[in-house]
Design a binder for this molecule. Structure first.
Ligand SMILES: [Zn+2]
Length: 250
């Protein structure tokens, strides 16, 4: 049973390398397929041999081969994170179509998280197609009913829309579309659990930051990463939280 996981891990690293390209380019409105990656400092095109996930970073000691500019350790960290996520999904849900879709979701979550942390936005180019895909693939692959999938979109998006209206700017439009997208995949119970967990995580970190850094209560913290954390917990362990049966068949 070791080999399939090893292959999956390497596959996860390679996709993780592509996620880095997405995180870097999508907020800038650039194509994610061309041109090939280049050093942001000296613009030298990165050779395939210097583009091996994690390994190249270690061999080049975290520097550009041409100009010596420091490469952020976030790049190999994202590759590792994606690979670990894939292995965890396979360990939990097996090697099947459901797992493949959940892995794709995890990759989307990683991209959303790091774009939101860096730019404080969640691109519509990800969430709007994501809502449509959730309504299609939630029922088709994850085997929730279409009504449940639709309710997930409406309950998640609707709740956040109301919060946005009443909090006057406390909730961004990107968060509304993100939670609606999640709802399409995990249904209305999953979306409520995600909101609950995301709020608990967000409040905990917010209180922690206020205590440590003396941050002002109004200092905006991107909410997307907390929703992602909530959704990941809901997907992996939601069944036992809400006494759903049969893994994802809630
Ligand atoms: Zn360079």
């Amino acid at each position: 049973m070791f080999l399939p996981y090893a292959v999956l891990f390497v596959f996860g690293l390679l996709i993780g390398s592509f996620l880095n390209v997405c995180i870097y380019r999508i907020p800038k409105g650039k194509s994610i397929v061309s041109p090939p990656s280049s050093c942001p400092k000296c613009n030298s095109q990165i050779k395939p041999i210097h583009n091996i996930p994690v390994l190249s970073y270690i061999l080049l000691r975290g520097r550009c081969n041409f100009c010596g500019a420091k490469i952020s350790p976030i790049y190999p960290a994202i590759e590792l994170l994606n690979a670990v996520a894939y292995v965890m999904v396979a360990a939990k849900f097996g090697f099947n179509g459901q797992s493949a879709l959940i892995m794709a979701l995890m990759s989307v979550f990683i991209v959303v998280t790091f774009i939101d942390l860096e730019h404080k936005i969640i691109p519509d180019g990800i969430t709007l197609p994501g809502i449509a895909l959730g309504l299609l693939l939630g029922p088709l692959v994850l085997k929730i009913s279409f009504v449940n999938s639709l309710l997930g979109v409406i309950v998640g998006g609707g709740l956040f829309f109301l919060i946005a209206v009443f909090s006057r700017g406390g909730m961004g439009g990107g968060d509304i579309k993100l939670i609606a997208m999640m709802g399409g995949f995990i249904g209305w119970k999953g979306v409520l659990l995600t909101i609950f967990l995301g709020s608990v995580f967000g409040a905990s970190v917010g209180i922690g930051l206020m205590a440590i850094k003396g941050m002002h209560r109004k200092t905006p913290i991107p909410f997307g990463p907390f929703l992602v954390a909530g959704a990941v917990v809901a997907i992996f362990w939601g069944g036992s939280f809400l006494e759903w049966y049969g893994g994802l068949h809630y």
